[in-house]
Design a protein around this ligand. Structure first.
Ligand code: A2R
Length: 316
C-alpha cells in the first residue's frame, strides 16, 4: 500500500475510498507534524488537503516523493503553486461542482440582510411579538442592482440565482466577458451604483483588501456587502468601522480574514449576518467535492494524469 497524507478535514466517504488504496496518515493527529514529516515524509506520495489548511511549503519540502496535492475545495490560495510547479507536482481542486451551492449561499445571505428574518425569528421565539407588537419593516430584495466582484464559475451562478428577483447585474473582474451584464473596470465606480456588492474572487496577494474603505464608502449607507469568496479580499477593519459608523448599511459574511477567529467588534454589530464558512457545506455538494478530490488522486495512481488541475498546473 502507498502512503497518503491527509491534512485537515475529510468526509468519512473520502477516507473510506482512500483507505482502499492507501495507508492514510492524518498529519494533525501528530503533536509535532514537522517532526513526523521529517521522519516519514519520504514515504508520502499523495497529499489530500483543503482550501483552509492547504499545505505549508516546508511540509512540501519534507516530502521528496510527493506526486499530487489534491485540494478539497475550489480555492487554493493556501497552497504555494509556484513551489509545486517547480517540483512538477500537479495541484488539483474542485471547480464547478460547488457553483450552485455557493451561489445559493450568496443569495440567502443577501435575503437575510434585506428581509431581516434572523431578527424576526428571534422576535417570535422571545415572545416579543406578543408582548411588544409587530417586528419592524424590512427591505425588499426585489429590483436591486447587484454587483458581482469576480464573474467566474461561481459568479455566473450567482447572477443566475438573482434572475427571479428582477435584479440588474453588473460586474467587475480582471477581464470583460461576453455576457449581457455591464462591465466596470473600476470597482469603486461600480460600488457607487450597486445596492449589493457580492465578492466571489479567489484569495491571495492579487485580491488582498480589494474591497477597501473607498469601495465600502462608495457602496454607502444603503448598501449591502456580501462575501462568499475569501475573507482576505475585504479589509475587515475598514468594514467594521464602516458598519459601526453607518457609512455602510449591512454585511452578510461567510468568510473572514483569520478564520475561525471573528473579531468581537464584528460579532457585536446588529447590521451583519455571519456564517461559519458554509458556502458549499451541504451533504450533497461536499460529497461531490470529496469524490472529485479522491478521483484526482486515484486517476493519477492509475495513469499519471489528473482530472481538475488548478490553472497554474494545467501544463504539467
Ligand atoms: O480572470 P477574470 O477576469 O475572469 O476574473 C476572475 C476574478 N478575479 C479578479 N477580479 C478582479 N481582480 C482580481 N485581482 C481578480 N482575480 C480574479 O475572479 C474571475 O472572474 C473570478 C474567479 O473565477 P473562477 O476562477 O472561475 O473561480 P470560481 O470557481 O468562481 O471560484 C472563486 C472563488 C474561489 O477561488 C474560492 O476562493 C471561493 O470562490 O470559493
Amino acid at each position: 500500500m502507498r502512503d497518503l497524507l491527509l491534512i485537515g478535514d475529510a468526509t468519512d466517504e473520502m477516507k473510506g475510498r482512500f483507505a482502499e488504496k492507501f495507508t492514510i496518515h492524518n498529519l494533525y493527529d501528530n503533536r509535532d507534524p514537522t517532526a513526523w514529516l521529517k521522519q516519514h515524509g519520504s514515504k508520502i506520495s499523495y497529499v489530500a488537503t483543503n482550501g483552509h489548511d492547504g499545505v505549508r511549503p516546508a511540509f512540501v519540502d519534507a516530502m521528496p516523493n510527493l506526486k499530487v496535492i489534491s485540494c478539497y475545495g475550489v480555492g487554493y490560495d493556501s497552497i504555494d503553486t509556484a513551489q509545486a510547479v517547480a517540483r512538477g507536482i500537479p495541484v488539483t481542486h474542485t471547480p464547478n461542482v460547488l457553483n450552485s451551492e455557493v451561489a445559493s449561499t450568496a443569495l440567502l445571505l443577501t435575503l437575510a440582510c434585506y428581509r431581516n428574518f434572523l431578527a424576526d425569528e428571534a422576535h417570535v421565539r422571545s415572545g416579543d411579538w406578543e408582548s411588544k407588537g409587530n417586528a419592524p419593516l424590512s427591505r425588499s430584495a426585489d429590483n436591486q442592482t447587484v454587483g458581482i466582484l469576480g464573474l467566474g464559475r461561481i459568479g455566473q451562478a450567482i447572477a443566475d440565482k438573482f434572475v427571479p428577483f428582477n435584479s440588474k447585474i453588473v460586474y467587475h473582474a480582471r477581464n470583460k466577458k461576453s455576457v449581457d451584464y455591464t462591465y466596470y473596470d473600476n470597482l469603486t465606480e461600480m460600488a457607487q451604483i450597486c445596492d449589493v456588492l457580492i465578492c466571489i474572487t479567489p484569495g491571495g496577494a492579487a485580491t488582498h483588501n480589494l474591497v477597501n474603505e473607498a469601495v465600502l464608502n462608495a457602496l454607502g449607507p444603503n448598501g449591502t456587502l456580501i462575501n462568499v469568496g475569501r475573507g482576505s479580499v475585504v479589509d475587515e477593519q475598514a468594514l467594521i468601522a464602516a458598519l459601526a459608523e453607518g457609512r455602510l448599511g449591512w454585511a452578510g459574511l461567510d468568510v473572514f480574514a483569520t478564520e475561525p477567529k471573528v473579531p468581537a467588534a464584528l460579532r457585536a454589530l446588529s447590521n451583519v449576518v455571519l456564517l461559519p464558512h458554509v458556502g458549499s457545506a451541504t451533504e450533497e455538494t461536499r460529497a461531490a467535492m470529496g469524490n472529485l478530490t479522491v478521483d484526482n488522486i486515484l486517476q493519477h495512481l492509475k495513469d499519471g494524469t489528473v482530472i481538475s488541475p488548478v490553472p497554474e498546473c494545467a501544463h504539467l
